[in-house]
Design a protein around this ligand. Structure first.
Ligand code: FAD
Length: 487
């Protein structure tokens, strides 16, 4: 999301841009719309294992394709709320202030929403921060069950609003009647980093894309400049000698690459004079909630069009903030059976009668929550924080859903092996002692190195991250262009 957006924004400048991507383009196969292939068989997951804090190996739920994780995303394009840029107290600690304000980001949010053709309505959600323009496209339509759910929620006393979505619904459904959340996009039904940004960038002769190119390390020269980027392709090692390096391998892999590139001048890894690379790893605290009515079937195909933010800024114990409640893509019996020990017929019955929710609360930055390396293997030691907030939000959401007429509400936290909203491992800031990047995502240590993926985020807030990553990438591209930074 970060790298592709930045490449698209730099392309018209005429600079020679080479995009190195370890994955390939997703092929349009039947598995792309097959819930068992995706959720049970893990067809699209990488052939890779990481270690957890206990040293146990796991296959991470992250994706390596042209377009990265955005190929699989739920296409929810929410802005951080204005309050997320300020210091905020939570039940489990304090979320620090950003080094820049919401007003600094607002024009770039607007530009990112325009670029990704986000469908939404700025007037529905009272927590929506000020917009300088409106969404150019109306919200994706609620399906019948969801339209009824919207009315029921209003009666239950909350304020449902349309999820801002980068989805062309007719196009998506033209390829098959499935949800899009966690399904790979091969027909452009989602506006993702490949079909929006990589495509735009490759229209320029000065931009090229090398797929199957796994960057393995970066080398430094005089004055700390990055002088070579080393990558493997087809079992051969190649090197590029770039003017500027824009690292955007995702928050886990970017941190790993910086650490892996340690050398005599940078013994703790590149960009790591602060010792903070890999630290402050965050991933939202999330649960799935299935609200079930035994006599009411859910006929939705995609479902994911509603949210409520009544407890986002306040309303928890001691009036503390709790987080966001949004619909999941429709859960099928196959998806439920793949993620539980339920027999197929039970899973099918539940899925046929449930409306499915994604409940998300903020994970706070903790220096001990970190990405590191053991030999060459990634170690992900995620120390969840602020769990009490999440428990309170789940409890609140359940009581609202019961009040809305769903007598049974089942919940389950998302596992720790799917770092979908990974962020924070190279936080940006003013002070080189307490941050890895400056406020333009440039390394404090290496003049020609930028990191524009989710690593820069100093807080996770409690909204999906992609729009904020894209907005910051546009902001950084504008900075590079306006300063005419060459190296
Ligand atoms: C199932 C799912 C649903 C999601 N839904 C939403 C949503 O609705 N809304 C939202 O805001 N966010 C959502 N997200 C999260 C969102 O997709 C990510 O936050 C976003 O894509 C992160 O962007 P990024 O630039 O940090 O990295 P990524 O998108 O992860 O991109 C990193 C890229 O670097 C490549 N790469 C990695 N290592 C190397 C290497 N060594 N050499 C070369 N290339 C490398 C990868 O292949 C990838 O293309 C979802 C994620 C998942 C998995």
């Amino acid at each position: 999301m970060g790298g592709a957006t930045l490449a698209a924004a730099l392309a018209p400048s005429g600079r020679s841009i080479v995009i190195l991507e370890r994955g390939q383009r997703l092929a349009d196969t039947p598995e792309c719309r097959d819930d068992q292939a995706i959720f049970r068989d893990g067809t699209f997951r990488p052939w890779e294992h990481w270690l957890n804090a206990q040293g146990h190996s796991f296959n991470p739920g992250t994706y390596y394709y042209v377009g990265g994780n955005s190929k699989f995303y739920g296409a929810v394009m929410l802005r951080y709320r204005a309050e997320d840029f300020e210091e905020t107290r939570h039940l489990g600690g304090t979320s620090p202030a950003w080094p820049i304000s919401y007003a600094d980001m607002e024009p770039w949010y607007q530009a990112a929403e325009d670029l990704f053709e986000v469908h939404g309505d700025v007037d529905q959600d009272p927590t929506e921060p000020a917009h300088s323009g409106r969404y150019r496209f109306p919200p994706v339509k609620d399906e019948a069950t969801i339209a009824q759910m919207r009315e029921r929620l209003v009666k239950a006393g909350v304020t449902p609003s349309a999820l801002p979505l980068a989805v062309d619904i007719d196009r998506w459904l033209g390829r098959g009647a499935t949800p899009w959340d966690a399904f790979p996009d091969t027909n452009g039904g989602k506006r993702d980093a490949e079909n929006v940004c990589i495509s735009n960038a490759l229209e320029y002769d000065n931009v090229s894309l090398i797929t199957g190119a796994k960057v393995t390390r970066m080398l430094t020269g005089d004055k700390g400049r990055i002088v070579d980027v080393e990558y493997e392709k087809d079992n051969e090692v190649h090197r590029l000698d770039p003017g500027l390096v824009i690292l955007s391998a995702g928050a886990v892999n970017s941190a790993a690459l910086l650490l892996r590139s340690a050398n005599n001048q940078n013994k703790r890894g590149l960009a790591n004079s602060s010792g903070l690379v890999g630290r402050h790893f965050m991933n939202h605290n999330c649960s799935a909630l299935l609200s079930v009515h035994p006599f009411r079937r859910n006929s939705a195909v995609y479902q994911k069009t509603l949210q409520f933010n009544d407890y986002y800024l306040r309303g928890g114990p001691r009036d503390m903030p709790l987080g966001n409640v949004q619909l999941l893509g429709k859960i099928s019996g196959n998806i439920l059976a793949s993620n539980s020990s339920l027999p197929g017929f039970v899973a099918n019955w539940i899925a046929g009668h449930s409306v499915d929710w994604y409940v998300m609360s903020e994970d706070l930055p903790d220096p001990e929550s970190r990405v590191s390396l053991k030999d060459d293997t990634i170690v992900l030691d995620w120390k969840r924080s602020n769990w009490e907030t999440h428990v309170a939000l789940v409890r609140k959401a359940k009581s609202i859903l019961r009040r809305a007429g769903y007598p049974v509400v089942l919940s389950r936290p998302f596992d720790r092996e799917t770092p979908s909203h990974q962020c924070g491992t190279a936080r940006f800031g003013h002070d080189p002692k307490t941050s890895v990047l400056d406020i333009w995502c440039r390394s404090h240590d290496h003049n020609n190195l930028f990191v524009v993926d989710a690593s820069f985020l100093p807080t996770s807030a409690a909204v999906n991250p992609a729009l904020t990553i894209a907005a910051q990438a546009l902001r950084v591209a504008d900075h590079i262009n306006s300063k005419d930074l060459a190296a």
